[in-house]
Design a protein around this ligand. Structure first.
Ligand code: DGY
Length: 408
């Protein structure tokens, strides 16, 4: 009988493509940005050098303007669409043209704290690159201090109900014929709809046409949403980067002010009617009206909210197998469809870590439910939160990493 921990290590090793790890064979055959950062934490449990290497390989794809792409296409793979030619990334490695939530600095600090003598030289080299990435967000993505996403894939929460309003307003004219590959790996009922996919691709084509020029995109792109995923995770990552920079004696001038600005931005995401952190359309000023698992990242960002905690408690009462990615009492809740209901182990980890640091009474529950769902159902991409059944891709790297680094 192979233990879950052995299984988890084997998944990381099997999905290792030499310096970087793919999320899962078939469905996601490249290096994904935030997947890699979470994976590094898993590697740190048994191979600290490999953990640093995962982050270093990710930053080898950093663009001249500081952006770190959401996908690095190190080696071509016909099983994935949209590939490098559709994206037309302009960085040193074939890549996508958007980014993903910046969790790398937070994971780097955790890894560094496990073994400072091994980590200090690696982190010193990485630090200015992390800073340049964060600076890019501050330059291009702020709305009243909150951080915006410009494509649903950028938030990582691809088909979250948060984007429904703006997606409805986009007319994907000229998107043309294309062949989806995701639904040949995973059942279509667990994936975004064609309506959404047409718009994902249309947005990619626009970015490619504009050569990912951020100033032009700022004018043309109708998709600009201030989002709790980006805002809370950048706020947290910037706090980590500052703390580490001070300890290492690096140049941290201006960072405290940047953190204060992001704190103000985070406050602008509080929707008083919903009594929850929410996404706000930066183009229209309208709330999206969504209580999502990203709303619960406030604790990780160093904030507290009794109202948000009350929502979390109600959600955990309603569905027993983890934090639902969308309000389980909401009309749009769909327990199997990706970011419209399913629970994600790595999100439970990020939420749980924030609660643990604040010694919040809900903290032990998050770890316990995440441990239990993985113990019972293995290393799925995500899980149906109503019965725990595994969904999406299997042998999933970041689920294994969360087991090793936190849940087990
Ligand atoms: C996909 O292909 O659905 C991915 O989530 C894009 O990053």
């Amino acid at each position: 009988q192979v233990s879950r921990s052995e299984e988890a290590r084997n998944i990381l090793i099997q999905n290792d493509r030499g310096g970087y790890t793919i999320p899962t064979a078939g469905l996601y055959p490249y290096q994904w940005n935030w997947d890699s950062a979470i994976t590094a934490m898993g590697f740190a449990e048994f191979d600290i050098g490999r953990a640093w290497q995962e982050l270093e390989t990710l930053f080898s794809g950093q663009w001249a303007d500081g952006m770190v792409p959401h996908i690095l296409f190190h080696k071509a793979d016909a099983g994935y669409f949209p590939g490098p030619d559709v994206w037309g990334g302009t960085g040193p490695i074939p890549s996508s043209g958007i980014t993903q939530p910046p969790v790398a600095a937070t994971m780097a600090r955790l890894i560094w704290n496990k073994d400072r003598s091994a980590g200090t030289p690696r982190l010193k080299t990485l630090w200015p690159k992390l800073r340049a990435w964060h600076t890019w967000f501050l330059k291009w993505r702020l709305d009243q201090g909150a951080v915006c996403v410009t494509h649903p894939w950028e938030a990582g929460r691809d088909n979250a109900p948060d984007w429904d309003g703006v997606m409805e307003r986009i007319d994907p004219v000229g998107v043309g014929e294309y062949e989806r590959r995701d639904t040949s790996h995973v059942d279509g009922s667990m994936r975004p709809t064609k309506h959404d996919y047409d718009r994902y691709i249309w947005l990619v084509q626009m970015g490619n046409r504009l050569k990912w020029d951020q100033a032009k995109l700022l004018e043309e792109n109708p998709f600009r949403i201030a989002d709790p995923t980006m805002t809370f995770l950048l706020l947290r990552a910037h706090r980590d980067l500052l703390a580490v920079g001070e300890e290492l004696g690096l140049q941290t001038a201006g960072m405290a002010e940047e953190i204060a600005l992001l704190e103000k931005g985070a406050a602008t995401l509080w929707n008083p009617e919903l009594k929850s952190y929410d996404s706000r359309d930066a183009k229209t000023g309208l709330w999206t009206g969504c209580i999502s698992n990203a709303s619960y990242l406030c604790w990780l960002a160093g904030l507290d909210s009794p109202d948000q905690a009350a929502h979390l408690e109600r959600s955990l009462e309603r569905v027993k197998f983890g934090v639902a990615s969308y309000d389980p009492t909401g009309e749009k809740f769909d327990s199997k469809r990706y970011w419209r209901g399913p629970t994600w182990a790595f999100m439970n980890f990020l939420i749980g870590l924030g609660l643990e640091e604040q010694q919040h009474p809900l903290a032990p529950r998050l770890r316990a439910v995440t441990r239990e769902v993985i113990r019972q159902h293995g290393f799925a991409e995500y899980f149906d939160p109503t019965d725990g059944s595994p969904a999406g891709g299997q042998s999933f790297t970041w689920t294994a990493a969360v087991w090793l680094g936190w849940a087990s």
